[in-house]
Design a protein around this ligand. Structure first.
Ligand code: ZN
Length: 390
């Protein structure tokens, strides 16, 4: 099986300012760890550079007024204008050249889709992508343009393929959901910390889609402090049922790793195991239903030194079907330890029980199971064509 890692150091230009949590250092750390572990080889598993998205590709999912505004503010930001477009906030500040660099991030995910849909590789990973909060005419939550929606829309238009979008970032994938809310050919499935506790405050079970797309928007909000076991149990039960009912041609996966227990912005309790396992489960399902095709991106992840490089190296290994050894090479540790504010872990995987005990574990598991049952009750009859309107 062949796979492509989309990367160019220019992607680190998606950079708001040195104190912003969306820190491109995490990308550099990830790619250098993947390379140090020998998980790209220039043959079956190779690095492919991104290309810039064209205006036409951006305009498939964003309004012309919004793209014009981003272009204008990318050169010079007029006071007062930015807020109209969700920019100039603490979360998503304006920066010089933001149109060009975000177009490159978007083009990276489209490039990943081109490689997968063209049959050159079975899996591709744009580690810099995953801007799942960007809306049609508004920036939000560190996201200016939606690389995910642009790639999905490219797949729809170029190949007429049905897309299953899976998002296991700790935050709800509200932007992607919103852009395809009435589209029955794009099923969005987001697992995230409940909007009762976390930005963007949406992603509840009853957000099922609209019009012809009713039943094609699925959300599984998780309790705060959810740990691997409960999360994986829900995922193993839900994903095969959804994929077999929907029969996608390709899976687009947003693999934000900010649900890790060390992440400073969220309240979930995942370990690195979750990212390895969910990716593996996703690939197994893809092998069964859509020829193995997965277009993956990064996403959130704010424990820059201790978590993100390890979590996404595990995601890449699972995507590309390679076994990653557990020991992190000494050369990588010595290259980065001097810059890191924290002691870098020497193992790729968190040791079993490293973050135990999990508080209120039984209660959290029971609540999550009830949420899953509620989603299955509401959504599965619709997906199987038993609901109203079919
Ligand atoms: Zn997130």
């Amino acid at each position: 099986m062949k796979s492509a890692l989309i990367w160019d150091p220019a992607l680190t230009g998606y950079f708001f300012h040195p104190d912003h949590p969306f820190n491109p250092k995490r990308l550099e750390l990830t790619v250098s760890l993947i390379e140090a572990m020998g998980l790209v080889d220039g043959g079956d598993h190779r690095v492919v550079p991104p290309r810039a998205a064209t205006d036409a590709e951006l305009l498939r999912v964003h309004s012309p007024e919004y793209v014009d505004a981003v272009k204008r503010m990318s050169v010079r930001c007029a006071a007062g204008e930015a807020w109209e477009w969700g920019l100039g906030t603490d979360d998503t500040p304006v920066f010089h050249g933001m149109h060009e660099i975000t177009s490159l991030v978007v083009g990276g995910t489209i490039r990943a889709a081109e490689l997968v849909m063209g049959g050159e590789v079975t899996r591709a990973f744009n580690v810099c992508g995953g801007l799942h909060h960007a809306h049609r005419d508004r920036a939000s939550g560190f996201c200016i343009y939606s690389d995910l929606a642009a790639a999905i829309s490219w797949i729809r238009e170029t190949h007429g393929a049905r897309v299953l979008y899976i998002d296991y970032d700790a935050h709800h994938g509200d932007g992607v959901q919103g852009i395809f809310y009435d589209d029955p050919n794009v099923l969005t499935l987001s697992l995230h910390e409940s909007g009762r506790y976390l930005f963007p405050g949406t992603g509840f079970v009853d957000e099922l889609g609209d019009g012809e797309g009713f039943g094609y928007s699925l959300n599984l909000p998780l309790e705060a402090f959810t740990e691997d076991e409960s999360w994986l149990d829900l995922y193993r039960k839900l994903l095969p049922e959804v994929a077999e009912a929907f029969r996608p041609d390709v899976i687009v996966l947003q693999s934000g790793c900010d649900g890790h227990t060390l992440d400073p912005l969220t309240h979930l309790r995942a370990t690195t195991r979750l990212y390895e396992e969910t990716t593996r489960i996703t690939c197994e399902v893809a092998d069964r239903v859509c020829g193995g095709r997965v277009v993956a991106t990064g996403g959130g992840g704010y424990s820059v030194w201790r978590v993100v490089p390890r979590a996404w190296t595990l995601v890449w290994a699972a995507l590309s079907g390679q076994e990653a050894p557990d020991a992190i090479p000494f050369g990588w540790l010595s290259r980065w330890q001097g810059e890191s504010p924290d002691l870098l872990p020497e193992r790729l995987r968190d040791p079993e029980g490293a973050f135990d005990p999990v508080p209120r574990r039984d209660e959290i598991e029971a609540t999550n199971r009830r949420t899953l049952e509620s989603l299955r009750r509401q959504a599965l009859p619709l997906l199987r064509g038993w609901g109203l309107g079919f």
